[in-house]
Design a protein around this ligand. Structure first.
Ligand code: ADP
Ligand code: MG
Length: 709
């Protein structure tokens, strides 16, 4: 066999099993396998979780009570104790030669196994004194073995797999040594490295694992972060390009007459943000390239009107439009709201005597009766319906448009990518209709660049004027809350009560809502007209309940999260959310958005005894701001990116070192570099290594079009 001498690519490393490294036999291999480490590439990209800087080391002797410090010590004695109140306690004595320190771990019984007598550990904690002894309680402890060096990398440890951080360090060192002969192939053009001041890949891989200074480690990290983010941006930008060049869209023709006519009837002015976004949509519609735009706008920012402007432009051009809402309640609400706004609209129709007819809006949900549905589908296919509003029934078999021009998808987080695609396929022939996706759950800009990087994004970052900010209070006690509700009802206003979220099952959720309803009706809300809304009701029951609430026939609507999105009843001024700590930030913000829709002062009460600090942070955030974009940033801080990336990213875990939180500016840099590369005259032709890496990380299916340039 001929010996390879070319520099190692990531693909080469992916083909080397971990057993090629010193000290990895079948047993270690199996342990590594159990935590997803199968190849030398996996070993090299198993990055240190953090680093211990020994120059910051303190001596036990000189550490003061109340002071935090990093101590390198040897374990002398480990004891497992069960306290009188049946708590597990592990007590460990250590020394660094200058003094004795006793460590106490509460509720961490596994420490007894982890910490063996005679081992070297690095301890970080706050010193206190207990029964005359120097002590640290629940300190951070890392096993370091007898490794030397100024800076010691600490690898994510897996107690379960029985692997230690120094074993990892050994394997990484071995891998780096073995790679020395061939070196690492460099996929980035020098111009990009220069522009962003990035070290080469070999340096990055070496220094991230073992550098003499934190500065060198940061440089290495920056390069590796960039590589990860660049791969994602290349994929997204290329996907977008390929979609634009391979699909044939509709260049809609319209003057904007219908839009002007609609706006002339409104009792208010559009916000600047609305005007701007409508402009963006109009020019998308006029272009031959199919529109694939995401509209991010906070609750109440007026997305419906923006969508309607787009739909009217399309209808003016003689095409049909569709709006798809996530629930029947919302579809109906859109239908009634839009029908009212468009009552006096006339469209041309050559088949009628007068050459025109009323603009027709229709509603299609699972509640639509068979006979009506058949007639409706006929009219849709013959072009006698201009705008179809509905739920996902719109993407069912048998729904055929005559000439679909634009689909609006409201509150997209409930629809998957596949559903979006299905709707697109409703187009006749080879033509791709335009798509506008709206979401009321904004995510931060850089996160959007990653998650929705293959869409164009418009942002409605302005609320219509004249709204009184919602007063949000975190209530530990319910009593004052109900008094407030009673007051508001007495003043002719209405209120929502949201029942505790029970994730386990819908059945339990409904049962709990029914209980809450029964209890409140007999006690706190005695004498009021109280409705109950939950997911187990039939479509027509839900419809009746919403109708009663909208018309003011019920005072209080008790509900599960079915009212989460979009419901618009301006007379409702109070929202009570029970056990608010069970909800996430975005969900609470959505729920709160049901009030504050009129000009009267509104209240939102978050009832909760918040038991965790996470819950506390969430509730505090809600109290502190009503800005959805700001809350999105906080949410990202608290939960990390996992939840955002979650379902949208396929295949291997793409972000091993980059963080959408910490590396915000690098997301933008990576996008810029991706655009630069793809815009250059020969595209990715000169960057075959990058293409190979995309293939390696995202799979052939996802990257196919990269080769079809
Ligand atoms: P969302 O973005 O949450 O879907 P909607 O489109 O439901 O918001 O709009 C919320 C309310 O604000 C509606 O009652 C709508 O008529 C009103 N609205 C929309 N735009 C404006 C505006 N520019 N000025 C005043 N009210 C507006
Ligand atoms: Mg809406």
């Amino acid at each position: 066999m001929q010996r390879e001498t070319s520099p190692l690519t990531l693909t080469d490393l992916e083909f080397l099993p971990t057993t090629r490294l010193k000290g990895i036999g079948t047993k270690r291999q199996a342990a590594l396998d159990s935590i997803g480490i199968r190849t030398v590439l996996d070993v090299l990209t198993h990055y240190p979780r953090r680093y211990i800087d020994r120059t910051k080391e303190a001596k036990i002797e000189t550490l003061q009570v109340g002071e935090e410090g990093l101590v390198l010590a040897q374990i002398l004695k480990v004891e497992s104790i069960r306290t009188r109140n049946r708590k597990q306690l592990v007590s460990v004595d250590v020394t660094d030669g200058t003094g004795l320190l006793s460590l106490t771990f509460f509720n961490q019984p596994w420490r007894a196994k982890q910490l063996e007598e005679g081992t070297q550990v690095v301890i970080f904690g706050k010193l206190d004194r207990y029964q005359g002894k120097d002590r640290m309680t629940n300190p951070v402890v890392d096993l370091v073995g007898d490794r030397t060096g100024r800076i010691v990398p600490i690898y994510p440890q897996s107690g379960k797999a029985g692997l230690t951080t120094w074993e990892f360090a050994g394997w990484v060192t071995d891998a780096l040594n073995k790679a020395k002969d061939r070196g690492f192939a460099e996929p980035l053009p020098l111009s990009i490295r220069r522009r962003h001041n990035l070290v080469d890949r070999a340096t990055a891989f070496t220094n991230i694992h073992s550098a003499g200074s934190m500065e060198k480690i940061f440089e290495a990290r920056r390069r590796l972060v960039f590589d990860e983010l660049l791969r994602i941006q290349l994929l997204l930008v290329a996907r977008k390009r390929s979609f634009e060049t391979t699909s044939q869209g509709i260049a809609h023709t319209f003057e904007g007459k219908y839009i002007s006519a609609l706006f002339a009837t409104l009792p208010f002015q559009l916000t600047q943000a609305q005007t701007r976004v409508i402009g963006e949509i109009r020019s998308d519609l006029q272009s031959q390239i199919p529109m694939h735009r995401l509209l991010q706008g906070d609750v109440g920012s007026g997305k419906t009107l923006v969508a309607l402007a787009g739909l009217l432009a399309v209808i003016e051009g003689g095409k049909q439009g569709a709006i798809m809402a996530p629930t029947e309640v919302l579809a109906e609400q859109h239908y009634f709201g839009i029908s009212e706004l468009l009552t006096s609209f006339i469209v041309p129709d050559s088949t009628t005597l007068m050459g025109e007819r009323d603009l027709r809006v229709a509603l299609l949900t699972s509640r639509t009766k068979v006979k009506e549905r058949n007639r409706l589908l006929e009219d849709l296919a013959s072009g006698n319906i201009d705008l179809l509003v509905g739920t996902h029934s719109l993407i069912q078999e048998g729904v055929k448009f005559c000439d679909l021009g634009l689909t609006v998808i409201d509150e997209q987080h409930r629809f998957g990518v596949d559903q979006r695609a299905a709707l697109r396929a409703k187009a006749s022939g080879e033509i791709t209709p335009d798509v506008l996706v709206m979401t009321a759950t904004p995510i931060p800009r850089t996160a959007a660049m990653t998650v929705y990087g293959d869409l164009d994004v418009s942002i409605l970052d302005e609320l219509p004027p004249g709204r009184t900010p919602i007063n949000t209070e975190w209530a530990v006690e319910e009593k004052g809350v109900w008094e407030k509700v009673q007051n508001e009802i007495a003043n002719g206003k209405q209120a929502y009560v949201v029942c505790p979220l029970i994730e386990e099952s819908e059945k339990m959720q409904v049962a709990s809502a029914e209980q809450t309803h029964a209890a409140l009706k007999e006690n706190e809300l005695l004498g009021m007209k109280v409705g109950l809304l939950h997911g187990r009701l039939s479509g027509s029951e839900k419809h009746e309940i919403m109708k009663a609430f909208r018309s003011g026939d019920t005072d209080v609507l008790i509900s599960t999260t079915v009212i989460e999105v979009g419901v618009d009843v301006p007379n409702a001024t109070t929202m009570v959310i029970l056990d608010a700590d069970r909800f996430g930030i975005a969900q609470l913000h959505q729920l709160r958005g049901r009030v504050g829709r009129g000009s009267a002062q509104s209240w939102c009460f978050l009832v909760s005894e918040a038991k965790t600090s996470d819950a506390e942070d969430r509730l505090t955030a809600l109290v502190s701001t009503t800005d959805g974009f700001e809350l999105a940033e906080i949410d990202l801080e608290i939960r990390g990116e996992g939840t955002i990336m979650g379902a949208t990213q396929k295949g291997r875990n793409d972000l091993k070192i980059a963080s959408l939180r910490r590396d915000k500016e690098w997301v933008s840099h990576a996008r810029e570099a991706a655009l630069h590369l793809l815009n250059s005259p020969d595209g990715l032709d000169g960057a075959s290594l990058l293409v190979q890496e995309l293939d390696l990380f995202f799979g052939h299916e996802e990257t196919d079009y990269l080769f079809k340039s």
